[in-house]
Write a protein that binds this ligand. Structure first.
Ligand code: GGG
Length: 356
């Protein structure tokens, strides 16, 4: 007799449209678990975010890392508010988790969904890429400082910190990812013409790791040239790996090219599995549409599906994504994809599909 797996998930809706899309994802995942009956899943609400910050002076409660370590995974919404500087909110919550928990692989798949279009590129058949972002160091290491504050020659430094260990582990992860995909194609993005230390180390480590993956075809690209290639030659791309900053930017571009940032998921993984991983849509808190009920929940559905895969529930994840694709193909889309549905309309349609 096999025992039924049971998962405890930290639900951190956060700010803006975060609560709307996380609530949407919890509804469909709970429906999925109930319908399949093959696993149990329980979401605990964790009220971290800007409201918490305004009440307590901190984005999180107590030892946030220990709290998250008591769960199997976290499902995160968004962080950022119009009346708090973005660097306070981001460092108060997301960046306070990713680096310290060593969630060093940020995996951002990008795909054009059935029934949707990607008119911004020459990819008439749609886009299907895998973006791998180094998530623990680089330009977001938090190193640097300010001096002569308020004076004419006020100075600020932002130091990008790259370690051989950090580069090697993300490079190996990216080569393995490329190897697992049908085209076995990897592009390593840097800026090693003008940044002559850390970026050159990236190039050197890439060449060294590549020797262990003779079946992967790989190339190097400067990040500025990569933006042009993504728009003009999308069919030449499959898997991309790059630094924290470069892939933060390229993943927004990729999502827009594929149709909408509203469908782009991300997994913040600790591939060693010493710490629980965190799953979140790529999009931020989107104050312009907060509270209107029209946020696209698909990025969070897909993030939740990636979470299920990571937990070992591959069949459930495949069923969920099949349902989401059929709903998109039927034209039940939020306005960012050219549709007229609201968030709950998409949730209800996916739940109906799950029950079929
Ligand atoms: N759901 C992701 C989110 O809230 N993103 C806000 C943001 O600005 N993130 C920057 C980053 O991913 O590094």
């Amino acid at each position: 007799m096999t025992t039924k797996s049971s998962y405890r998930i930290a639900s951190i809706p956060g700010d803006g449209i975060g609560p709307e899309v996380v609530s949407a994802a919890i509804q469909v995942v709970e429906k999925l678990a109930k319908t399949l009956g093959t696993f149990d899943i329980n979401f605990d609400h964790i009220p971290w975010g800007t409201a918490h910050y305004k009440q307590t002076g901190s984005y999180v409660t107590g030892n946030a890392l220990d709290t998250l370590r008591s769960y199997d995974a976290s499902l995160f919404g968004a962080v950022g508010a119009p009346d708090v500087p973005d660097h306070i909110s981001l460092w108060g919550l997301l960046l306070a988790i990713r680096g310290p928990l060593q969630l060093y692989a940020n995996v951002r798949p990008v795909r054009t969904f059935p029934g949707t279009k990607c008119p911004l590129t020459t990819a008439t058949e749609g886009i299907d890429w895998m973006l791998v972002r180094e998530n623990s160091e680089g330009e977001y290491a938090g190193q640097g400082g300010r001096s002569h504050v308020g004076q004419q020659w006020e100075a600020a430094t932002e130091v990008a910190l790259f370690t051989r260990v950090g580069i090697e582990r993300i490079m190996r992860f990216a080569f393995e990812m490329a190897q697992s995909r049908p085209r076995k194609l990897l592009t390593v993005v840097t800026k090693s013409n003008s940044m002559r230390n850390g970026m050159v180390l990236w190039d050197e480590v890439a060449a060294s790791v590549a020797k262990d993956f003779p079946d992967v075809t790989w190339d190097k690209m400067l990040v500025d040239a990569m933006t042009v290639r993504m728009v003009a030659k999308p069919q030449s791309i499959d898997t991309i790996v790059g630094t924290n900053l470069h892939m933060d930017i390229l993943s927004d571009l990729a999502a827009a090219l594929a149709g909408s940032i509203g469908v782009a998921p991300s997994s913040n993984l600790d591939p060693t599995r010493k710490n629980p991983s965190l799953f979140e849509p790529v999009h931020g808190s989107a104050f312009d549409i907060t509270g209107k009920g029209i946020a696209n929940p698909v990025a969070t559905f897909w993030s939740a599906a990636e979470m299920l895969i990571w937990l070992g529930e591959k069949d459930a994840a495949a069923k969920l994504m099949g349902c989401v694709e059929r709903v998109c193909a039927a034209g039940i889309l939020t306005p960012d994809l050219g549709g007229t549905s609201d968030t709950q309309g998409v949730v209800d349609a996916v739940c109906l599909e799950v029950e079929k």
